[in-house]
Ligand binder design. Structure first.
Ligand SMILES: [Zn+2]
Ligand SMILES: [Zn+2]
Length: 172
């Protein structure tokens, strides 16, 4: 990563009130791996007051994953949003609401970089279980055919393992 951030907001001469920004960048520019594809788009809104800068950011991204069941590549929208309060200098943060995410900026800092936060929030949106679709059939354990694309004859004999468990239970 270069030293110049992709998503940078200059706050040195920012007047009080609402300011809106739009950014776009390639995922690799903010240190995201190849699971992220396409262009990352950010709509950021800043509300500057004397005491603090309140930031809201909406992020649009797209993920390219491999399904856990059928190993197919699939794309998925990775939209998320976050908000952050920035306070400058050694100003007290006591009067801020506890639930707000707070970052303290040094008094001479004249910009806010969103890159790190955007990367963190996007990584949090990657699902634990990667499925091309909720009802993905995956591979047949017997003949290896992708059951989303083709059906096989072994299916008639083999039962859903969940039913096996139920059967065992009912025999007891
Ligand atoms: Zn799948
Ligand atoms: Zn089969």
């Amino acid at each position: 990563m270069g030293s110049l951030a992709e998503f940078r907001i200059n706050i040195s001469k920012l007047s009080e009130g609402i300011h809106e920004y739009r950014f776009e960048a390639e995922p690799s520019k903010i240190g995201l791996d190849e699971r992220f594809c396409g262009t990352i788009k950010i709509a950021a809104k800043i509300d500057k007051s004397v005491r603090q800068i309140f930031l809201q950011a909406e992020i649009q991204a797209e993920g390219s994953f491999f399904c856990d069941r059928c190993l197919d590549n699939f794309h998925q929208k990775m939209n998320t949003e976050y908000s952050m309060v920035f306070v400058q200098g050694a100003r007290s943060t006591m009067d801020l609401k506890r639930e707000d995410e707070i970052q303290v900026l040094s008094a001479d800092k004249n910009y806010i970089d969103l890159d790190d936060d955007v990367r963190q929030y996007l990584l949090l949106t990657v699902p634990q279980k990667l499925l091309c679709k909720e009802e993905c059939q995956g591979f047949c354990p017997t003949c290896g055919v992708n059951k989303n694309i083709a059906s096989c004859t072994c299916g008639a004999k083999e039962a859903d393992p969940r039913w096996d468990t139920l059967k065992k239970l009912s025999h007891n």
